[in-house]
Design a protein around this ligand. Structure first.
Ligand code: NAD
Ligand code: 13P
Length: 359
């Protein structure tokens, strides 16, 4: 049987890390996967050299994942359409604000037998309301798409420190390709490593909601940490945040399963790791200590990487306003108001107050 050919779309901090994981497995299981893995790179000039050339010759992504050696069967390709030629499995891994443009370019170049996994954390909010990114990919490219989400700070995974993740995927009934269709076993073989333990489930909505919204909660944690309020305040934000994440899922994606929030790596575990050491928390902390705005802090700290919560909190606000539900999500709203309208961070406790002492 013809092995599955895999392409990773994206080469940022997480994109490159997942490409490393996937390339290691494609090399390790030549009977299941074609050994060469293409990684689409948004081309950049780094001190007069092309980033793709650096990756293909020195096997390092010096800008987004420095000091990590990449497998030599991972090939950087600056041409998006060429990188998906004859592909069977597409792994999407770019900051979510770029997804609409990438899907627009891919339209008509991806066969309907292709299966996809989205490693993005965010939503698409538009005329159709709030949409999972996996559903957006399915709708725009006509291919089945699942998700990968977990407590996974990229550099720790890249350094091969042990962590867990969750992959969620529904197997469709309409396979029309040659050979066999992608199933949970194939996905486990593609992503599981000795240092990266994969659980494969069906709840795409549940893991995607957690992945998108924990970035907003992490901004709240960064604010109170930056104010010097310590661990108790951060834990309070995480408690309220978890409640709002679950409420959001129950209101807008009733198919999501409550146990996913508590039991999967993509759930509360990702909330904890992101609030402890993620980029969103760092950006928010710097906003609090420096008084600079979110975009300045992101630029200063992240060297071209993206703190996705800054965009997600606005998208969530717009959606909640459309459906008249802003008041049901006081933490999400407070984070939005602090980032976009300069509300004072020190008022966060009052903004998310739940007690009604007069009731
Ligand atoms: P990143 O934050 O490192 O972003 C940089 C990437 O964006 C680079 O590859 C850059 O070339 C690309 N880029 C810049 N401008 C672009 C454009 N106009 N069009 C297309 N690409 C452009 O990205 P990342 O860390 O790989 O994150 C990808 C997704 O994975 C995000 O949704 C993120 O939330 C999620 N995620 C990240 C981590 C992490 O620790 N980094 C962990 C888990 C999930
Ligand atoms: P940040 O984007 O805040 O770094 O979070 C990374 C992540 O998603 C960890 O699972």
């Amino acid at each position: 049987e013809k092995p599955f050919k895999v392409t990773v779309i994206g080469s940022g901090n997480w994109g490159t890390t997942i490409a490393k994981v996937v390339a290691e497995n494609c090399k390790g299981y030549p009977e299941v996967f074609a050994p060469e893995v293409q990684m689409w790179v948004f081309e950049e000039d780094i001190n007069g050299e092309k980033l793709t050339e650096i990756i293909n010759t020195r096997h390092q992504n010096v800008k987004y994942l420095p000091n990590i050696t990449l497998p030599d069967n991972l090939v950087a390709n600056p041409d998006l359409i060429d990188s998906v030629k004859d592909v069977d499995i597409l792994v999407f891994n770019i900051p979510h604000q770029f997804l609409p443009r990438i899907c627009g370019q891919l339209k008509g170049h991806v066969s309907s037998h292709v299966r996809a996994i989205s490693c993005l954390k965010g939503f698409e909010v538009g005329a159709k309301g709030v949409q999972l990114l996996s559903s957006y990919i399915t709708e725009n490219l006509g291919i089945q798409c699942g998700a990968l989400s977990g407590a996974n700070i990229a550099t720790e995974v890249a350094q091969e420190h042990w962590s867990e993740t969750t992959v969620a995927y529904h197997i469709p009934k309409d396979f029309r390709g040659e050979g066999k269709d992608v199933d949970h076993k194939v996905l486990k073989a593609l992503f599981h490593r000795p240092y990266f333990h994969v659980s494969v489930i069906e709840d795409v909505a549940g893991i995607s909601i957690c992945g998108a919204l924990k970035n907003v909660v992490a901004l709240g944690c960064g604010f109170v940490e930056g104010l010097g309020w310590g661990n108790n305040a951060s834990a309070a934000i995480q408690r309220v945040g978890l409640g709002e994440i679950i409420r959001f899922g129950q209101m807008f994606f009733p198919e999501s399963r409550e146990e996913t929030y508590y039991q999967e790596s993509a759930g509360v575990a990702d909330l904890i790791t992101t609030c402890a050491g993620g980029r969103n928390v760092k950006v928010a902390r710097l906003m609090a200590t420096s008084g600079k705005d979110a975009w300045e802090c992101e630029k200063e700290l992240l060297n071209g990487q993206s703190a996705q919560g800054l965009i997600t909190c606005k998208e969530v606000h717009e959606w909640l306003e459309t459906c008249g539900s802003v008041e049901d999500f006081p933490l999400f709203e407070a984070v939005y108001q602090i980032v976009y309208n300069n509300y004072p961070m020190k008022n966060l406790p009052d903004m998310i107050e739940e007690l009604d002492l007069h009731g």
